[in-house]
Ligand binder design. Structure first.
Ligand code: NAD
Length: 249
């Protein structure tokens, strides 16, 4: 039980990578709050965790809304007595070039992927500090680290989150709070599925990966588990790439 006694809030926990993280955390003894816009999927994730003997609740959460964060953090504390681990995982994709992306799409991407984690950290840090520390995990992407023709807004939003991770790691170290970012390559989830389902695309993307396959949500959940646990107690301000070697070229 690597997370025994810990309370974790996972944003975007209803499906994809967030659901895998929620279920891995619960399996290792954490009490898990699944926060998401998607109530049906979120409740299904909680039911699956409970069927495996874990403890979890679903809370409606829009990461772009400060009031929504206030309600989610106070409901977490009311239910489980505090907060030890925050996973800022909720995110949206935006496959458009700089010329194509509209101002509204740019704002929405930055709102969900960068403002969301900012609000989450702002409201969670005091609660985590009151418990003597904790771990914050920010879901960035290799898209923040390398260029590409498309996804200008997405890359910028994930780059902002990467830099914010560094800022918060230094700011929060004296409070016992560690802050790290995870940078996945392609992972098969509902977000990437429409793109990967195009004919030949899955094979083409897998061929770009030295390990020869795309990522699965469980791969990312295993890394999040390490960062959430005390096994990573000397790791902060780090960006961890998990992409099967894709950007090692
Ligand atoms: N799938 C990939 O290839 C990949 C690669 C690198 C990084 N990532 C990142 O991993 C994270 C999870 O992605 P995924 O692939 O599991 O996607 P997904 O679409 O399957 O899951 C994302 C979840 O976030 C939720 N969400 C979106 N906007 C929200 C909001 N405003 N408030 C609360 N919840 C919201 C969605 O409802 C959904 O449940 C994202 O931040 C994504 O950018 C994914």
């Amino acid at each position: 039980m690597r997370l025994e006694g810990k309370v974790a809030l996972v944003t975007g926990g209803a499906r994809g990578i967030g659901a895998a993280i929620s279920s891995a955390f619960a399996r290792e003894g954490a009490k898990v709050v699944v926060g998401d816009l998607l109530t049906g999927e979120g409740e299904a994730t909680v039911e699956a965790i409970e069927r495996q003997g874990g403890e979890a609740i679903f809370l409606p959460l829009d990461v772009t809304d400060e009031g929504s964060w206030e309600r989610a953090v106070s409901a977490t504390v009311a239910r489980f007595g505090g907060l030890d681990v925050l996973v800022n995982n909720a995110g949206i994709g935006m496959r458009a070039t700089l010329e194509e992306v509209t101002l509204e799409q740019w704002r929405r991407t930055m709102d969900v992927n960068a403002k969301g984690p900012y609000l989450g950290m702002k409201l969670s840090v005091p609660v985590m500090a009151a418990r003597g520390g904790g771990s914050i995990i920010n879901m960035s992407s290799i898209a923040a680290m390398v260029g590409g023709e498309a996804s200008a807004a997405y890359r910028a939003s994930k780059g902002a989150l990467w830099a914010l991770t560094k800022a918060m790691a230094v700011r929060c170290a004296s409070q016992g709070i560690r802050v790290n970012s995870i940078h996945p390559g392609d992972v098969v989830t509902p977000l990437s599925q429409p793109f990967l389902d195009q004919p030949g695309r899955m094979e083409e993307r897998a061929a770009m990966v030295p390990l020869g396959r795309l990522g699965q949500p469980k791969d990312i959940a295993d890394l999040a588990l390490y960062l959430a646990s005390d096994e990573s107690s000397y790791v902060t301000g780090s960006e961890i790439v998990i992409d099967g070697g894709r950007i090692a070229y």
